[in-house]
Ligand binder design. Structure first.
Ligand code: S3P
Length: 182
């Protein structure tokens, strides 16, 4: 599989709580790739939490840093990349994401909410109606997530290992011609 991928990066997209980081770690191990998480890179570079960055620079400032980080990440190969849930919002980001294979972890709203109900690290969910906010973000973003190369539906009974296996099995069906021939 890793030789078939020719070092092409895997980008995991999807909502907060979709499991991009957990599944990304497993995929990286199976592919012999390194794992990176764009939120971690942003927080480490800024020496601030994502909450602090949102508080100080606003969502607009955060999105700019996120795009800068993605541009740097996509210059590397053999990476599995867990992205922030809103990375799909900036049109320019798609130019970077399409350097690799884009995998959407499609998780139902109830399961997302169950996982995020107690979360305090997602600034966009610090809302009087966090479930309503999550639902409206999901509705707004679904057409964008659909632009992924691969959609992986996830249900509550599946383990991260099973989800990673499902992705590994699905990858050959969507390898881009340049990936196979180069
Ligand atoms: C965001 C998702 C977060 C983080 C920030 C904004 C979003 O990442 O980038 O809080 O807009 O959905 P995760 O998807 O890793 O939680």
């Amino acid at each position: 599989m890793s030789s078939l991928l020719q070092g092409v990066n895997l980008y995991l997209i999807g909502m907060m709580g979709a499991g991009k980081t957990t599944v990304g770690h497993l995929l990286a191990k199976q592919l012999g790739y390194a794992f990176v998480d764009t939120d971690d890179i942003i927080a480490q570079a800024a020496k601030k939490s994502i909450n602090e960055i949102f508080a100080e620079a606003g969502e607009v400032g955060f999105r700019q840093i996120e795009s800068d980080v993605l541009a740097q990440v996509c210059a590397h190969t053999k990476l599995t990349v867990a992205t922030g849930g809103g990375i799909v919002l900036q049109r320019e980001n798609w130019g970077y994401l399409h350097h690799g294979l884009i995998v959407w972890l499609d998780v139902p709203i109830d399961l997302l909410y169950e996982r995020l109900a107690e979360d305090t690290t997602r600034p966009l969910l610090q809302d009087i109606d966090p479930k309503g906010k999550l639902r409206s973000l999901l509705e707004q973003r679904t057409p964008l997530y659909k632009q992924a190369d691969l959609r992986i539906p996830v249900n509550a009974t599946e383990t991260p290992e099973q989800i990673a296996d499902k992705i590994m099995q699905a990858i050959p069906s969507v390898l881009k011609p340049t990936t196979v021939n180069s």
